[in-house]
Design a protein around this ligand. Sequence first.
Ligand code: NAP
Length: 320
Amino acid sequence: MDRDQKPTVVITGTSSGVGLYGAKALAKRGWHVIMGCRDLEKAEKAARDVGIPADSYTILHIDLGSLDSVRRFINQFRATGRTLDALVCNAAIYMPLIKAPLRSPDGYELTVATNHLGHFLLCNVMLEDMKRSPYPDRRMVILGTVTHNPEELGGKIPPRPDLGDLEGFAKGFQDPITMIDGKKFEPVKAYKDSKVCNVLTMRELHRRYHESTGITFTSLYPGCVAETPLFRNHYPLFQKIFPIFQKYITGGYVSQDLAGERVADVVAAPEYKQSGAYWSWGNRQKKNRQSFVQKVSPQARDDEKAERLWDLSINLVGLV
Ligand code: NAP
């Protein structure tokens, strides 16, 4: 809890979509939101457009694709003097149409660097800040997705995620390596792989630190938030049809406002204080939109893989 008597939450990627609406919902519930964004002007406009009160947020620069930038963000956060009471790792990129991999400033494939490695570094370093917070109910939340899980309908569409034996990570993940399993570049799979890493990271944080720190580590699938700009790099026709398909055929469609409320629940509602849980909501059955703890995919519940991913990621982000 901070000087203004508001608890503080850091959320990455709040210039649009789930993160922006999560920030809005948490501000409404009395939180101060540190919005970690790479485009400050865009974030400021977005916060104003959705009506987040000016005294409820602070925007700080972060580019999750750059390890240096993540470290600078943490220093800026510390300079605010605020306590870290909750952290939401939300930012992500999805680039289904690119033919060749893009590289992060550190030389890593950009999707995995942004969605997994940047957040992995952030969680590890900010864990120390969170440990120092006197707030009684501290939580660290990483966004997941149904497409990480081939056991779910939404996860059955190929290409399926597959981290293999993490051969690509073991070889340093730099040129010519483009995928975690060391195989040929596939941009959709790179996104799904990164989301498997997000769930494995959450589970490993829980295994290593829940008991000793009392922090709650969770993940969630907020539903198919088909109108966020996440799909901005897809075919224009896909962007038009996808929300309609999700609304009227699968019933999986969730508005940005509702997705934001779900994030806020997982951060702050007492009934979501269950470390190690992956939250989901009954989307398809219209009458049953209740939350429940969902089983994660076989890869994402593989404890050995979680540990190996942790060790290799520690090396890749320079925390050795
Ligand atoms: P979105 O509207 O595209 O939001 C992504 C956010 O991440 C934006 O604010 C974006 O900032 C930011 N971002 C991207 N790259 C960044 C970087 N290098 N550094 C800092 N910020 C960066 O997408 P969304 O749908 O809300 O997705 C948010 C999260 O929800 C993701 O983790 C996604 O996997 C998860 N999710 C979404 C859905 C869905 O149906 N939409 C379903 C399941 C899970 P810019 O404005 O600068 O690009």
